[in-house]
Design a protein around this ligand. Structure first.
Ligand SMILES: [Zn+2]
Ligand SMILES: [Zn+2]
Length: 249
């Protein structure tokens, strides 16, 4: 029996016990529905134009270049894009991925990121993808690292290497979801670093990097990661996330 044949049989058995479900409504998908049911696909809160030229957040008028946040606060990245608004079904799907270990949703989120990559990468010309690192304690607590899985899925689809060695989290931080802008920034200050052996061996420092995460909210995480990468010699920093929050607080 060939290896791929065996793989197909195992997939059929697994599907019989754990049939693929829609990441938004959790309905069992029919054979023809690949990743999401048609009703949920129609209602997905896609990020549409006009959007901020820096962080990609939706803005009110096409005359504006930047959102009110990016107008006031300089960021450490050049540009970023997100596929979905962090609300309604998209919010439920991302929360289920993170808090209920729904790793089977990764291919769906990978498709969302791939669409953005196809639009942006010809301009950004990234050398590699870098997932926002999770502290080892948190990884042990959760059992998996969603940013790493998302980066690997996108890397596989786009043929771009994923560098998980480039950035490390230097300390454990409490969840910053409920903190306001300035407390969130303070909470994250100095939390990322490029390991010393990479900083000294500058040959392995890429020129252009795309940071990958599940959600962009205030940009504090991307700014801190961008700061560490820039200090190590990375010239161009971009980001892609599955979701983006509307608010800034
Ligand atoms: Zn659905
Ligand atoms: Zn912006």
């Amino acid at each position: 029996m060939s290896c791929s044949c065996l793989y197909d049989i195992i997939s059929i058995i697994i599907d019989a016990f754990y049939p693929p479900r829609c990441p938004v409504c959790e309905k069992i998908l029919s054979i023809r529905e690949e990743m999401i049911c048609p009703e949920c696909l129609k209602r997905l809160p896609l990020v549409q134009e006009p959007r901020c030229m820096r962080c990609g957040k939706p803005i009110d008028s096409p005359e504006q270049e930047y959102c009110s946040d990016c107008e006031v606060h300089p960021h450490r990245f050049e540009e970023g894009r997100s596929a979905l608004l962090y609300e309604k079904g998209a919010r439920k799907a991302v929360d289920r991925l993170k808090f209920y270990n729904k790793r089977e949703y990764i291919p769906f989120f990978g498709t969302c990121l791939e669409k953005l990559a196809n639009e942006s990468f010809p301009r950004w010309k990234p050398d590699c993808l870098v997932p926002i690192p999770m502290h080892p304690w948190k990884r042990a607590e959760r059992g998996f690292d969603q940013a790493s899985l998302l980066a690997r899925e996108l890397g596989k689809r786009c043929g771009i290497p994923v560098r998980e060695d480039l950035l490390i989290r230097t300390r454990y931080t409490a969840a910053s979801k409920r903190l306001g802008r300035s407390r969130r920034r303070k909470n994250l200050r100095g939390v990322f670093a490029v390991p010393e052996h990479i900083r000294t061996d500058r040959i392995s420092i890429p020129r252009s990097v795309v940071l990958i995460d599940d959600i962009y909210t205030t940009g504090a995480t991307m700014d801190e990661a961008g700061f560490a990468l820039r200090r190590a010699g990375v010239k161009h920093i971009f980001f892609l996330t599955v979701c983006i929050g509307r608010g800034f607080s």
